[in-house]
Design a protein around this ligand. Structure first.
Ligand SMILES: Cc1cc2nc3c(=O)[nH]c(=O)nc-3n(C[C@H](O)[C@H](O)[C@H](O)COP(=O)(O)O)c2cc1C
Length: 172
């Protein structure tokens, strides 16, 4: 193996865990804010980059939520949620929804969809989803959801790689 490559057969020390995070950071993703509404009517949302397309027919998507998140009980009860795919101008929205704030929506322009769930203004795309399956896996809960409605804008997407935010580069 090339000396520059690092093989880590087992992950059992904090250093290994850091190395795993670094390696996972090599997988560049988009950024979303997943939003829903609690039983008391309060809007809930968090920054998520585990979102992924799963199936086209039927249209299914997936994302995972940390078990220790205070948002978990809300998403477990909610039938529906919205995946707001952030645009490159929305770095501050991503930062805000990754913080444990009492009202993350304060100062963030949004509208409500047909089910009263928040659609964040300025996003690159919106997927309005209905949860079809929840499964605990390790320290996360995996949500699989049917896409009931989707909308896209012309805004360029925000990217995340190696712990930092990026804009799209040149097409190869
Ligand atoms: C770029 C980025 C991606 C993230 N992706 C996820 C994710 O996929 N799942 C998750 O549970 N938390 C993810 N987080 C962390 C949550 O956004 C953060 O823990 C947030 O505070 C959770 O909200 P809560 O405290 O209301 O549960 C991510 C954070 C950042 C900055």
């Amino acid at each position: 193996m090339n000396a520059a490559l690092q093989a880590i057969p087992q992950i059992d020390s904090p250093q290994d865990s850091r190395a795993l995070r670094t390696a996972l950071g090599q997988f560049a993703t988009g950024i979303t804010v997943v939003t829903t509404r609690a039983a008391d009517g309060a809007f809930v949302g968090l920054t998520v980059n585990s979102f992924s397309a799963l199936s086209l027919e039927p249209a299914l998507t997936l994302w995972s939520l940390r078990c220790s998140s205070p948002s978990l009980p809300v998403f477990e009860k909610a039938e529906r949620f919205v995946v707001n795919v952030l645009a490159e101008a929305q770095v501050e929205v991503s930062r805000r929804f990754a913080l444990p704030l009492a009202d993350k929506f304060d100062g963030v322009a949004h509208a409500e969809n047909a089910w009263g769930l928040p659609l964040i203004h300025g996003a690159a795309a919106w997927f309005e989803c209905r949860t079809v399956s929840r499964q605990f896996a390790g320290d996360h809960c995996l949500f699989i959801a049917e896409v009931e409605r989707f909308t896209l804008s012309e805004a360029a997407p925000l990217l995340f790689h190696a712990g930092g935010y990026f804009a799209l580069g040149s097409r190869l």
